[in-house]
Design a protein around this ligand. Structure first.
Ligand code: PDD
Length: 276
């Protein structure tokens, strides 16, 4: 059963509970996280909680719970829900106050939902997905997991309307990341991914994949690369909490390699699944 939680109370997920003056609603003035649950266990929860705290502190919000309390709450909600393969989304906002850009003197709000995990169709993993390049017109602090996702939403919508799965942002001539994923490329057996700057979200899946690759003895380069480099890659894939590792079949209609998922991509995904 899907469950919601709002400022200290478990709620029916479909019940209208968010006041109109909630700043997440009015301004998107908050940050969020999503944790995947495999067989009733939250995956890499500590890393997600740490990133949550960092995102909040980057916008001067103090979490209303300690990370230990949050972890206990998440475990409790998973158990209550009875959902084995779930996704837990949680948000903290600057709170509920009459609309005014200035920070209000109120407690932050905290919301959480647990729902069955959405599944990417198996054939997307078997054949890879189509992607398009989009101009990165987001703000300068993409390392913060902000609730403000308008550019991501618009780019994703355009991509899907054009028959693709994901849009990949290009910033100043270099590949940044997907609308809700990080991007990897394999060229001559070397694994490349965009380095961590304020241009991209420090993906938890990204970090896990880099760790797996290093353990497997695959050479890894966290270096900037261009769209041309991506188009001429032997393999490419995106990573996120929701999709894990998803092979890229094409970019702007141009096949990557022969279009089929490559050996390194498949091996990394196998190891990742074993970790989950
Ligand atoms: N999004 N980049 C962006 C812009 C993202 O929104 C995400 C994740 C990632 C991958 O991060 P991670 O591996 O930690 O999930 C990269 C999640 C899945 C979401 O918003 O639902």
């Amino acid at each position: 059963m899907s469950i919601g939680f709002f400022n200290g109370e478990f709620i029916d997920i479909d019940k209208a509970v968010i006041p109109i003056d909630e700043r997440g609603h009015q301004f998107g003035d908050g940050v969020y996280e999503v944790v995947k649950v495999y067989n009733a266990k939250p995956f890499l929860i500590d890393a997600h909680l740490e990133r949550f705290e960092k995102s909040a502190s980057n916008i001067s919000i103090k979490l209303p719970y300690s990370l230990d309390e949050l972890k206990k709450l998440i475990l409790e909600v998973i158990e209550r829900s009875g959902i084995k393969d779930a996704e837990v989304y949680f948000q903290v906002t600057r709170g509920i106050a009459p609309r005014n850009h200035l920070f209000p003197n109120v407690e932050p709000s905290f919301t959480l939902t647990v729902k069955p995990a959405r599944k990417v169709p198996e054939q997307s993993y078997e054949h890879g997905v189509q992607t398009v390049i989009a101009e990165d017109d987001r703000w300068a602090k993409c390392h913060i997991k902000s609730l403000n996702l308008l550019p991501n939403i618009l780019a994703k919508q355009n991509a899907v309307e054009a028959g693709s799965f994901e849009a990949i942002f290009e910033k100043d001539g270099f590949i940044a990341e997907g609308t809700s994923s990080n991007v990897f490329v394999v060229k001559d057996k070397v694994l490349y991914t965009t380095p961590l700057t304020s241009n991209i979200l420090p993906g938890i899946t990204r970090a896990a994949v880099l760790q797996i690759a290093r353990e497997k003895g695959i050479e890894v380069k966290e270096e900037k690369f261009t769209k041309d480099f991506l188009l001429n890659a032997d393999e490419a894939f995106i990573t996120s909490t929701s999709v894990e590792l998803l092979p890229i079949r094409s970019v702007d209609g141009h096949l990557i390699g022969d279009g089929a998922p490559g050996a390194i991509t498949k091996a990394l995904h196998q190891s990742f699944k074993a970790m989950c």
